[in-house]
Design a protein around this ligand. Sequence first.
Ligand SMILES: CCCCCC/C=C\CC(=O)SCCNC(=O)CCNC(=O)[C@H](O)C(C)(C)COP(=O)(O)OP(=O)(O)OC[C@H]1O[C@@H](n2cnc3c(N)ncnc32)[C@H](O)[C@@H]1OP(=O)(O)O
Length: 287
Amino acid sequence: MFHLRKVSRDVARVAVKTRRLSSAPERSLVDLSVDKEGIAIVQMQRAPVNSLNIELMRTICDSVSDLEKDKCKGMILTSASPNIFSAGMDLMELHNPDMKRLEEFSKSMFDLVLKLFGSKIVTTAAIDGYSGAGACVVALALDYRSMTAGKARIGLNDTAVGIPPAKWVADLMTRTMGQRNTELALTSSFMFPAERALQVGLVDEVAKDKEDAVERCKKFIKLYDNILPAVRTHTKLSLRQDFIVEFEKNREQYLKDFMNTITNPAFQNGLDIYISSLKQKKVKAAA
Ligand SMILES: CCCCCC/C=C\CC(=O)SCCNC(=O)CCNC(=O)[C@H](O)C(C)(C)COP(=O)(O)OP(=O)(O)OC[C@H]1O[C@@H](n2cnc3c(N)ncnc32)[C@H](O)[C@@H]1OP(=O)(O)O
């Protein structure tokens, strides 16, 4: 069953053309298009590495809300950066932060995770490149992930960055990969190639390239063509309600914990070194 209000009228008019929704300047961090079947592609385009700052997280969140209002069939989150899905949280947001902005950052991060995890539409990711830490969390909050084979890596490398994963992050991963795999992945900060990610259930399918990854997402979304959207949503949300309720109940504490971790001087010293090593890598590569 496919109900589109505003979008379906546009779709009828433009026939095979996709509708671009990213013309508004504030939406330029993502390119959003909806095809004639009501499947949206939300392409992150915050160069160079789609690091998640407040603005990108809010833009993704708002885009999903719009797609829900338009009763789209589903969405595919992907990236315009070659070889990079996303580098995770924007480290510049965490480095010597302004307290007010850090609080806003934390809220945007929580809003995004809850929006994606509790979305009424079918949510998928076509992962064609590096997807570390915060980006892996984003992918885990979706219904389905396809990932390209090759150099791409996915994982929660929080401990390597000096951030002990929050309970909700571990819970999100455990729901997908089980206790044992999550424990190993989180303690070691292991970054999985696509085939290993498939073995542990971190991704659902391995694709040969980005186009194939997108096609597999579309195929997954269309699996629901014969299920009433309201029934599918109700079932999904009833299975996810425990996580959402627990998150809302502990949200203030999660916020405090995150702020305390980031503002800890030892974390800031470690981050100084980590950021310098990222810059050094570039200098060495150029030499
Ligand atoms: C909703 C979120 C919930 C989150 C819950 C908590 C979870 C997680 C915490 C985090 O996400 S911390 C961030 C963890 N991310 C990383 O450790 C990735 C670090 N980056 C890299 O390993 C590499 O940059 C790369 C992504 C593999 C890309 O490598 P490449 O060689 O292609 O490019 P670089 O030259 O290294 O980078 C280009 C440019 O981007 C800057 N940059 C890279 N990553 C980040 C980042 N995460 N935040 C901000 N900036 C980043 C890098 O320094 C370069 O900058 P310039 O030198 O050009 O100025």
